[in-house]
Design a protein around this ligand. Structure first.
Ligand SMILES: [Zn+2]
Ligand SMILES: [Zn+2]
Length: 240
């Protein structure tokens, strides 16, 4: 009886945690990706901008901020991210977002945890994780709110409360083809504080999947700051 239960348990575990690489399907002993796939994920290495994490080449003696962040300081203190959104990282995020492969969130949350351990983020505690909200229409199209799903699991693993204090008040066009200026215009008044929420005096961490120009995080941080948040930092799974 016990042996049968163990087998059943293992079957259920294998269904939930498939013992093969999520990218190349090679069978695995443990984890989500085989060593080759894991090593093919492009990490962001120093030197990078202390505010937006854009990597640079060359020698920089001290922490620096890039010309973009100097000219247009964002409303968030910094955004930490450990991977470039290319190759396997882009593919897995894409599958999670558009192909309904919900189980991929386990791996994507590992990558968010790596961003969480960035010294700029871990230096000071925060009071809540804030997912960048999707518009209800987008959630219906995709079947679930993928950012909220990532943040829920991250909050559970890290023991940090999730603060669903933002809502998307306007349906915005997909931003991919827009310039920085067009993105900011497109996002103006796209977010607002949810009725009944208070962020006064709170240290918050915004979470998104991919950092592109930073204008979405900037706009969300602006709303949180305007309602009295003490500080706003951010993490993403990857950056373009
Ligand atoms: Zn693999
Ligand atoms: Zn920068």
């Amino acid at each position: 009886m016990q042996a049968a239960l163990n087998t059943l348990y293992q079957t259920v575990v294998n269904l939930c945690y498939p013992p093969f690489c999520l990218s190349c399907r090679r069978s695995l002993e443990e984890g989500w990706l085989c060593r080759d796939c894991l090593e093919s994920a492009v990490r962001i290495k120093a030197p990078f901008c202390q505010i937006c994490s854009r990597p640079y080449t060359g020698e920089f003696g001290a922490p620096f901020s890039c010309p973009d962040c100097e000219d247009h300081p964002p409303a968030f203190d910094c955004v930490a991210t450990r991977y470039q959104a290319t190759g396997i990282v882009r593919d897995l995020i894409h599958r999670f977002k558009y192909s309904g492969e919900f189980h991929l969130r386990n791996l994507l949350v590992n990558w968010l945890e790596e961003a969480l351990s960035d010294p700029r983020i871990s230096a000071e505690p925060f009071d809540g994780l804030v997912p960048v909200p999707l518009h209800p229409t987008r959630i219906r199209e995709r079947g679930y709110d993928q950012i909220a799903a990532l943040v829920e699991l991250l909050g559970k693993r890290a023991g940090i409360p999730v603060c669903l204090c933002l809502r998307r008040s306007r349906y915005t066009e997909s931003q991919t083809r827009f310039s920085r200026k067009e993105r900011l215009q497109n996002l103006q008044n796209a977010f607002e504080l949810r009725k009944g929420s208070s962020v006064l005096g709170k240290r918050l961490l915004l979470v998104d999947d991919v950092l592109t120009t930073g204008s979405t995080l900037d706009e969300c941080a602006r709303v949180l700051q305007s309602h009295g948040a003490q500080s706003v930092r951010a993490i993403t799974v990857a950056r373009r």
